[in-house]
Design a binder for this molecule. Structure first.
Ligand SMILES: *Cc1c(COP(=O)(O)O)cnc(C)c1O
Length: 227
C-alpha cells in the first residue's frame, strides 16, 4: 500500500510540474490507471487512494476483474484493440471504449449498448504515425468517422486517443502528440463537441501534457511492472 501511495504521489508530482511548465492546471488532466495484467487487489488499493478510472486491454480479464470489484464505484475504460466479436461484451461491461477505429465497431457498440445504461463514451483511436501493425484510423479518414460516430444514438463521442510510435533517433513522439493536438483542435473549431484528448503513458506524460493531453493512461508507473 505504501509503495502504491509513493508511486501515485510521484505520478501526481510529475503531472503538477509538467502542468506548471505548460501553463495548465492539474485539474484539466485525468489519470486513467491502466490495470491490465494487474490483480484486482491492487485496483482496490488504488481506489482507496483516490483513483476511480481504470483501463483494460483484454475483455475476458477485465470482466473477471470487474466482478471481483463489483462493490466499488469504478469507471472502466477499454483501451485495447477491438475485435468485432467482442463488441457486445464491451457495450455491456464498460463505461468508455477509447479504441474505436472503424464504422463496423462503432455501429455494433451503439446497437449492442443495453437500454438501461447511459450512452457509451467513445474515443476514436488515431494511428497518428501510420504504423502498419497498429490499430487506429488514419488522420485523413478521421473526420468522416467522427461524423459517423456522432450520428449513432447510443454513443457519446468524447474525443481522440493515440499511441505514438516509440521514440528513437529518427522519431520524437512529441511531434506525434503535436499532430494529434492539431487534429483535435481543428475538429473542435469545426464545431464538433469533444472534451478528451487521451495521450501520454508512464514514460512520456510530460510531453503529452505539453501538447494538450487531457487524459493520461498510466500503467507501470502506478502499479509497477506487469505480471
Ligand atoms: C499498456 C497501455 C498503457 C500503459 O502503459 P505504461 O507504459 O505501462 O504506462 C497505456 N495505453 C495503452 C493503450 C496501453 O495498452
Amino acid at each position: 500500500m505504501n509503495d502504491l501511495k509513493a508511486k501515485l504521489h510521484n505520478v501526481r508530482s510529475r503531472v503538477d510540474s509538467a502542468c506548471e511548465k505548460a501553463g495548465r492546471r492539474p485539474s484539466e488532466i485525468k489519470i486513467l490507471a491502466v490495470s491490465k495484467r494487474q490483480p484486482a487487489a491492487l485496483v482496490r488499493q488504488l481506489h482507496k487512494l483516490g483513483l476511480s478510472a481504470f483501463g483494460e486491454n483484454y475483455v475476458r480479464e477485465a470482466v473477471e476483474k470487474q466482478a471481483q470489484l463489483a462493490d466499488l464505484d469504478l469507471e472502466w475504460h477499454f483501451i485495447g484493440p477491438v475485435q468485432s466479436n467482442k463488441t457486445r461484451q464491451l457495450a455491456q461491461h464498460f463505461d468508455w471504449v477509447q479504441s474505436a477505429d472503424r464504422e463496423k465497431i462503432l455501429r455494433r457498440l451503439s446497437a449492442q449498448r443495453p437500454e438501461a445504461l447511459p450512452k457509451l463514451n467513445i474515443c476514436i483511436q488515431v494511428n497518428i504515425d501510420r504504423e502498419e501493425q497498429k490499430a487506429g484510423v488514419l488522420p485523413e479518414n478521421l473526420e468522416e468517422l467522427v461524423h459517423f460516430a456522432l450520428a449513432l444514438p447510443n454513443l457519446r463521442l468524447r474525443g481522440l486517443m493515440t499511441i505514438p510510435r516509440l521514440g528513437s533517433a529518427g522519431h520524437d513522439p512529441t511531434d506525434s502528440y503535436k499532430r494529434m493536438k492539431d487534429l483535435f483542435l481543428s475538429l473542435i473549431d469545426a464545431g464538433i463537441p469533444m472534451d478528451t484528448l487521451s495521450m501520454g503513458m508512464s514514460a512520456d506524460l510530460e510531453n503529452a501534457i505539453m501538447m494538450g493531453s487531457t487524459m493520461l493512461r498510466i500503467g507501470t508507473d502506478l502499479f509497477g511492472a506487469r505480471q
